[in-house]
Design a binder for this molecule. Sequence first.
Ligand code: ADP
Length: 418
Amino acid sequence: MGGFKLFSHKGTTKSPAMAGDLGNEKMKFEVIINAIEDGVMLIDLEHTIQLFNPGASRITGWKVEDAAGVDVSAVIKLVDSKNQPYSDDQNPLMKVFKTGQSVRDNNAYLTNRSGKQIPVSVNVSPLVDNATVSAVVAVFRDVGEERAEEQRRADFISTASHEMRTPVAAIEGYLALALNAKVATIDNRARDYLEKAHSSTQHLGQLFQDLLTSAKAEDGRLSSHPVVVELGAFLEQLSNDLKFAAEKKGLFAEFVIGSSHNIDASQGGERVVRPLYYAFVDGDRMREVVTNLFDNAVKYTESGKVSIGLTGDDKVVQFYVRDTGPGIPAEDVPHLFQKFYRVDNSATRTIGGTGLGLFICRKIVELYDGRIWVESEVGKGSSFFINFPRLNAKQAADKQAQEAGNAELQPINSLASS
Ligand code: ADP
């Protein structure tokens, strides 16, 4: 953008530039700007449109000569996916004037001159003169076709995985019957084959389930009924349910509450006076997240211990799942919560998985304004942390009274209801 000069809108539409005129710099510029399919605008410090190309005209429905010289807020009306107008804080044009930094927004909708909403991607860059913003250039593109395509892809994955779960469940059921000595007689070799087929079928069933959940998470269709949950009691109960999987593999399992107090999960939990950690979350979804992290910890850890812990301060509830497993290389950590990402090592080559579990965990955690991340050291182990905003006792009681008022009475520890 270095050599870009403010360009008056006057005259830009009067003389269509011909290829023969290309020796003239201004003509070249006009030919390019007019040929660009995307909408291109130049907006000055008073927020007046100084340049408006035919691409912008096609998308907004404003004629070039009508838009030029007009305040940009009259021409570019951005709304979000819920049809709510953008506030100045959300509006990429205003943000650039304020911050002097380029802004990209791929989720906006533009209300055109006849009131139709067009999905657009907007990219706004500042023109900086002596370290101050002198104008901004906005480029916007109609992404209706791309978004429809994305939606069709998501719908296909969702329908296909939904439809395929049923036959896979039937195969799994029949294989389980064949392996059941009370109903079928098979020799040892057949048992060996069927056990392998059974475990692969379970894996396939899990893959379809994960695909379905991640497709739903991506387009915001994940069902969620948040209530006030006291995470201490919730996690203690859940740890008791989960510990068997760890013990079966010879791993020690523990539930740690507060910064230092250990509760031996194998004894069913020690009763102590402890802080109450309230958060506004869906208990079933939380169970999904913790189970997923715990299963991973058990799956990837050969020996040692797996801990579930809970701590927090007055603003935040933090829980974690920690293991003494192989750890995760630093270069993989930034990608871990992306869809289908698996660390490429001998463990993941032999241990089955879909690479969707952590992506789903992140999507669920974000539903409740939470954050999930990992701290790990190769050869020592990994700790997956989750933070949620913490409700104090009064906020928890108020919200519960509200829930009761909504005739959706849920016990404070939502485990009791599931
Ligand atoms: P997967 O189905 O492969 O387990 P996830 O999304 O749950 O998918 O995890 C993504 C990748 O992160 C895994 O393939 C594994 O490489 C790595 N990973 C997850 N949890 C752990 C852990 N506790 N220890 C070591 N590596 C882990």
